[in-house]
Design a binder for this molecule. Structure first.
Ligand SMILES: [Fe+2]
Ligand SMILES: [Fe+2]
Length: 209
């Protein structure tokens, strides 16, 4: 059993590693054996920009899960949240590594989004488990649709990037199903719309900055 101080150190360590991008993936990177496509500069920069958006999204996912797990009172739910967060760490490592391969960089705004997402996740956790899970399910559904959009915007022959996005999309769908199984409550439509609006700001900014 961890003391409060131990717990705080673990959480802080997690936060610092997320912001600095110090993450190792547990699963091998999808598409690592596929050949590199012969992309022109514009396509390469575009792919790096999209992966920067996805990397920023994964920074947010880490913070949301962390905040939600911290606020939840239910040990079983906490464990589920932490195990999903572990899969999100793979996403963080994969997107970070692909950005490097494409010659890009991660978003400068990541620390800002991390702190904001931690607060939102904590608030969702404090709203009770059914709403917490409802928030999680809706987030994952929106991310899944967003990744589907990226598959349409990436070059058809950029197989290495596409393999990562496709695996992430499948994982996010699994996280949404997990939340539904655990008793997620359907969020009111205005809340869903507000979440989509915040996500739009994040994706637009992180594509550029
Ligand atoms: Fe993810
Ligand atoms: Fe997810």
């Amino acid at each position: 059993m961890l003391s409060v101080v131990d717990r705080l150190i673990v959480e802080l360590d997690q936060g610092v590693r997320t912001i600095l991008g110090v993450h190792a993936s547990e699963r091998p990177k999808p598409g690592r054996d596929l050949p590199e496509a012969d992309l022109d500069d514009v396509s390469r920069r575009h792919a790096a920009g999209l992966m920067r958006v996805n990397h920023c999204g994964e920074v947010c996912a880490q913070a949301l899960y962390q905040g939600q797990a911290l606020a939840s009172q239910d040990d079983r739910l906490k464990r589920k949240l932490r195990s999903a967060a572990r899969e999100e760490e793979d996403h963080l490592a994969w997107t970070g590594s692909r950005i490097e391969e494409l010659g890009g960089r991660t978003s400068l705004l990541n620390p800002l989004w991390y702190v904001g997402s931690l607060a939102i996740g904590f608030a969702a956790g404090k709203a009770g488990d059914a709403w917490n899970l409802g928030f999680l399910k809706e987030t994952e559904r929106q991310v899944e649709r967003h990744l589907e959009g990226h598959l349409g915007r990436l070059e058809p022959d950029d197989a290495r990037t596409r393999a990562i996005v496709a695996q992430m999309k499948a994982d996010e769908a699994g996280h949404a199903q997990m939340a539904a199984r655990l008793g997620a409550r359907e969020l009111p439509f205005p809340v869903k719309r507000a979440m989509a609006a915040v996500a739009k700001v994040m994706t637009t900014l992180s594509y550029r900055v």
